[in-house]
Design a protein around this ligand. Structure first.
Ligand SMILES: NC(=O)c1ccc[n+]([C@@H]2O[C@H](COP(=O)([O-])OP(=O)(O)OC[C@H]3O[C@@H](n4cnc5c(N)ncnc54)[C@H](O)[C@@H]3O)[C@@H](O)[C@H]2O)c1
Length: 264
């Protein structure tokens, strides 16, 4: 789907990739961008900076009623939604030590938000015979993230839901895309974490990630890979799952323990 003249909704748009997506969509000629974020003050400022073709909405994507409100208000104000980019996401470090509350919270934000968004907007897109749903997952959804079980699991789930939506609605005019970046220079990358410092080695800017997303939407790609190397890593995993796991185990060992710093 071409961006020109489209009505685009982006969640998690007050910072990072989502913020850049708002600007890049407008630069490509979007008619209006509706930017949603849990940080109400920040999203208002971002929308004001972008000018009259942008609206900022305070919305917690983990709340189904907030997401329903975002979709309903956009349809009332703009008459349609062509592209919905479910981008808001969080991370939680840890594995077996993560609490049930941490698992539940990240599940709500990284996965259920996408279910709430699709539930609210797909009927409208089916009625108009077209629409585009974009999920910002992560390379962790195709591979894994060393050091974060909840992030790895929820990003796999996000990708699985995007695949399912594509199979279910692809022949009814709804385009679906799933974005799987490696490191992107935003607040999410934590320089005190050895795994994230490793990701910095190949990191790209939020602007570059947003341009890759918009190019992928316009090229009608399902899998959008702002870091092309991820495709090769994914191929290796598919062709030799056990060998790929052994390689990841070695990498995990490298990042663990007191001398992790020196091994990067
Ligand atoms: N930065 C990376 O290295 C990287 C890599 C792969 C994937 N991603 C994914 O990209 C997406 C965007 O991440 P980012 O790096 O721009 O992060 P970021 O932290 O810079 O921005 C995330 C935005 O989401 C908002 N947000 C958080 N919880 C929310 C909620 N419940 N409701 C509404 N908004 C909420 C935050 O306020 C923030 O503005 C996420 O889904 C993330 O998992 C990031």
């Amino acid at each position: 789907m071409q961006i020109r003249d489209r009505i685009v909704v982006v969640t998690g748009a007050a910072a990072g990739i989502g913020k850049s997506l708002g600007g890049v969509c407008l630069a490509r000629g979007a008619r209006h961008v509706v930017l949603a974020d849990i940080d109400g003050d920040r999203i208002s400022r971002v929308a004001t900076e972008l000018g009259p073709a942008a609206t900022g909405v305070c919305c917690d994507v983990a709340s189904e009623s907030d997401v329903q409100g975002l979709i309903a208000a956009t349809l009332a104000a703009q008459g349609t939604i062509d592209i919905l980019i479910s981008n808001a996401g969080v991370t939680a470090k840890g594995g077996l030590d993560c609490t049930n509350e941490q698992w539940q919270r990240i599940w709500e934000i990284n996965v259920m938000s996408r279910v709430y968004a699709a539930r609210a907007v797909v009927p409208h897109m089916l009625e108009q015979g077209s629409g585009c749903l974009v999920h910002t997952a992560s390379a962790a959804g195709l591979l894994t993230e060393i050091g974060s079980a909840p992030y790895s699991v929820t990003k796999h789930a996000d990708l699985a839901f995007a695949e399912w939506l594509s199979v279910q609605y692809g022949r009814s005019g709804i385009q679906v895309a799933c974005v799987c970046p490696l490191g992107v220079e935003t607040d999410m990358l934590d320089e005190s974490d050895p795994v994230h410092r490793f990701l910095y080695l190949q990191s790209i800017t939020a602007e570059a990630a947003a341009v890759a997303v918009v190019d992928g939407i316009e090229a009608e790609e399902f899998l959008i890979l702002p870091h092309p190397d991820v495709l090769e890593f994914f191929r290796r995993k598919a062709s030799d799952y056990s060998g790929w796991l052994r390689g990841m185990q070695r990498l995990h060992q490298k990042f663990s323990g007191p001398n992790a710093e020196k091994r990067i």
